[in-house]
Design a protein around this ligand. Sequence first.
Ligand code: SAM
Ligand code: SF4
Length: 384
Amino acid sequence: MSGDEQAFGVYIHWPFCLSKCPYCDFNSHVRREPIDEPRFLRAFHSEIGAIGERTRGRTVSTIFFGGGTPSLMQPATIAGVLNSIARQWRVAPDVEITLEANPTSVEATRFRGYRAAGVNRVSLGVQALDDRALAELGRMHTAREALDAVGVARAVFDRYSFDLIYARPGQTPQEWADELKRALAHAGEHLSLYQLTIEPETPFYALHAAGKLKTPVEDIARALYDTTQEVCAGHGLPAYEISNHARPGGECRHNLVYWRGHDYAGIGPGAHGRLNVDGSRHATATEKRPESWLMRVEAQGHGIISDEVLTREEMSDEYLLMGLRLAEGIDIARYAELSGRPLDPARVAALHEHGLIDTTASGRLRVTLPGFPVLDAVVADLAA
Ligand SMILES: C[S@@+](CC[C@H](N)C(=O)[O-])C[C@H]1O[C@@H](n2cnc3c(N)ncnc32)[C@H](O)[C@@H]1O
Ligand code: SF4
């Protein structure tokens, strides 16, 4: 385990987009009327205060503005949120502050303002480097425009990353390898590469169910995954998590907070948090609908609608589920401490024999490269 045992992250959710992409089931909404940012800022300030009360003495190591599309926020709103955070907690001098951005030319014009506000890392949703694929994904930018935005990000921020979606309809491993190599020529220290998932209640779900959108069959999907690993590792960006690749040291520290089972405050509509309060681990969730969240915060100071103390079993299952996504795996002793019993040696031995996991001399258990495509089954087996 690295030295950030005490990492504490703050996640801020901005729930608006200019249009809804047909594959996306994130808590994001399109509104015709302009968004009242000063009103949202006051509400963020209240909720940060309410959660700050319960987490006194913590030092914030990472902050993440996610969405939705946080790059639609005015830089002054971002600066206001960062001020509220600094008034509530101590902020580490090397704090990582990431903002998710859509790669359009309009949004790129705000990048300098975000940097002046304190943002030091951006993550851009490029999604594809092929204009036809971008149109099919319902994106509002071309590949050229996205790469131009990546260029602005590189010039303005110390650190940047971008996302691509692969295993798109009709995509072959050769096409994906070529596209990925082009992407790597523009990459910095980090890339997120997500396999397209068909989420319930999205337009893609209906099309898929009607047979009008065909995702790659299992062996092509596997070949696409293998291509991803080979090409990225060959360019010095191996996977440190099932969908995330970085040069050593370039990992997203905020996302590591989730995967390593550390604490984070979830602020804004539909945000989730995990907080250790008085020796118990709390799972918090806020109201999802932006307008209802605002009204709740204005009435009671926060928008939390669910706050549950996790049982030992829930904590240890979550640690397995999140930790095994990481190449570094989990700490076997920590699992036993959380769950009150060690992992079943017979199950560990069987998975080991099948080459799906390995264990290290320092007491970690990791999923192997052949194990990652069947990660869900490995986790289910160990948690049973
Ligand atoms: C919160 S979203 C988006 C950030 C930003 N609004 C954008 O679209 O550029 C984070 C990332 O999740 C990925 N994503 C969203 N839905 C997905 C899906 N159904 N399958 C695979 N990746 C998905 C996209 O790569 C996206 O950039
Ligand atoms: S992918 Fe990004 S831009 Fe598209 S709807 Fe989801 S959050 Fe909004």
